[in-house]
Design a binder for this molecule. Structure first.
Ligand SMILES: [Zn+2]
Length: 256
């Protein structure tokens, strides 16, 4: 029976999704720090050489660091959206963030993905949606029939959203991408980090959109300032007291 297994996630690793089906695929690979364990977990489900495709949701090292070795062991072709492909292909340790994980980005030969492309594993049929914002070449995979969304680091369960302040990230693009995802009917939501859910995926996506837009940067800042404003009388009193003390000291020592 076809099934989406959630593997990986150890340490800083992204989730690794193994779609067990007629033509099994992997979505994301984690870093390469726990590679042996990840291979063991895969092989408990399918022989690794059965995996024909490895899809990378975006360029970040915590999703792509294991890709070169897993591609070698499986013989699978590696797919990345064209906007993120070069960073993975040339092993760009800066924009993939590998440096932040004390590692180098290993070069991988990649095949380009574009919006609208379809990836069938047999039972599942995923469509590639270009969802930039976290990185410029971020993608999500959507199976319309089974209402399943693999969202990479664009949106997570429980209202979490991807960072937009890393290289090639963009706040407005992230809002537009999550807006798009919020219009889909989603039951199963499989994000790049944190728990996946089998039901109610759309609610999680909408929660993320609300968090991102209603609590935009300015409002987050205001929410921090608000408690200070509420106590403004006390703060003003403290300031007055301090001024008075300075005046007192000046008077005492006859300072101008
Ligand atoms: Zn990421």
């Amino acid at each position: 029976m076809a099934k989406i297994h959630v593997l990986g996630g150890m340490g800083y690793d992204s989730n690794i999704f193994l779609v067990e089906d007629d033509d099994p695929i992997l979505v994301d690979t984690g870093t390469r720090y726990h590679l042996r364990r990840n291979v063991e977990d895969i092989e408990e489900i399918v022989p690794i050489t059965d995996i024909g495709s490895i899809i990378l949701t975006h360029r970040h090292y915590d999703h792509t660091g294991g890709a070169a070795e897993l591609a070698k062991r499986s013989g699978a072709e590696v797919y990345v959206h064209r906007e993120d492909a070069n960073a993975v292909r040339i092993g760009d340790s800066v924009s993939t963030g590998a440096r932040n994980f004390d590692d180098d980005q290993e070069r991988v030969d990649v095949t380009l993905l574009d919006e609208g492309q379809e990836l069938s594993t047999g039972f599942y049929n995923f469509m590639v949606l270009h969802t930039p914002g976290h990185t410029v070449g971020g993608i999500s995979l959507y199976d319309i029939e089974h209402r399943i969304l693999l969202s990479g680091d664009t949106v997570f369960t429980n209202g979490g959203v991807g960072r937009w302040d890393l290289p090639t990230g963009n706040y407005d693009q992230l809002v537009a991408s999550i807006e798009l995802l919020s219009k889909l009917d989603v039951d199963g939501l499989y994000p790049g980090h944190m728990a996946a859910v089998a039901e109610g995926g759309s609610d999680h996506v909408k929660m993320g959109l609300r968090n991102l837009t209603e609590f935009s940067r300015e409002e987050l800042l205001m929410s921090r300032i608000q408690p200070l404003l509420e106590h403004s009388d006390e703060i003003l009193k403290l300031i007055e007291e301090r001024k008075q003390r300075v005046t007192d000291v000046k008077t005492k020592f006859e300072i101008e």
